[in-house]
Design a protein around this ligand. Sequence first.
Ligand code: ADP
Ligand code: MG
Length: 311
Amino acid sequence: QEVREKIAAGEVIERPLSVVKELVENSIDAGAARISVSLSQGGKSWIVVEDDGRGIPFEDLPMAVLRYATSKIKSLDDLFNIRSLGFRGEALASIGAVSRMEIRSRFEGDDVGGLILCEGGEVLACHRIPRQLGTTVRVEELFYNLPARRKFLRAAAAETRRISQFIQEMSLVWHDRWFTLTSDGRRILDRRPVGSKREAAQALWGCEPREGRMEMDGIRCVTLWSGHGDGRGGMVIFVNQRRVWDTNIRAAIQGASGSARGDWVVFIDLPPEDVDVNVHPTKGEVRFKRPRDIFSVVYGAVQSAVGIVTM
Ligand code: ADP
Ligand code: MG
């Protein structure tokens, strides 16, 4: 039982970045305007994510840390109609299984908050506490009970770099939120809310992005390009606000941009029923019902950013 729990947890939680990703996604789902992430030793010592979102009702705290107890998937159809970032109800349970995790939260409308403390998947304490609206999750000693996995973690600086990259990417899609990252007491990122994705990309690149668009049969694509320059040719792709890795879309960007160098951010929006995001527990891979149409729309939107006019 305990072994199974740890294996399942390991599928979702690979490294400090996975913890940060799941916690930040929960904050976004909770409607937070302000999300602050703090780390010590690249997250190997501790990670704290704090938000001002709607909070977790005290009675729900034990459920929140139980695997699948909060799953939003009640039927197969639900899989094709997902509007929140989280839906499997396994992130907090997984984190709690491989660390010492403390959640403090107060739900909107409640006048006292609650605290729950888990260690290696067991609830050690759960009681009421006074606190402000919102949620703070503290994760200590990640993989303390999985020494083999702990050994595979990189140096603190490398783990911090990944997390910083992730938060910068989040600030592109969730540009109306305020993200900060503090590492070993030093504020290393401060992304204030801005009015558009374009402004968010400008804050990231330090130059005016070029923009391309295309729309066809309910598939909408907006591309932002850093322009010629010494960009390393990064491609960051979002599908319905979700960061994805997809070779088909990468091929479209590569093919359409030709010799144009620079960084790309690509936003694709389509009806949720046309995309399956439940391919893998970390949700980085998606499956499209109409991959060829996606290819064409991205291709066109990339061409329009680099200034190639298509008939
Ligand atoms: P999922 O996000 O897939 O539902 P999680 O294990 O990540 O599963 O979270 C379990 C539940 O706990 C969520 O569905 C949500 O109701 C609640 N929750 C977690 N984090 C927060 C947060 N920061 N603010 C409000 N509610 C939260
Ligand atoms: Mg979640």
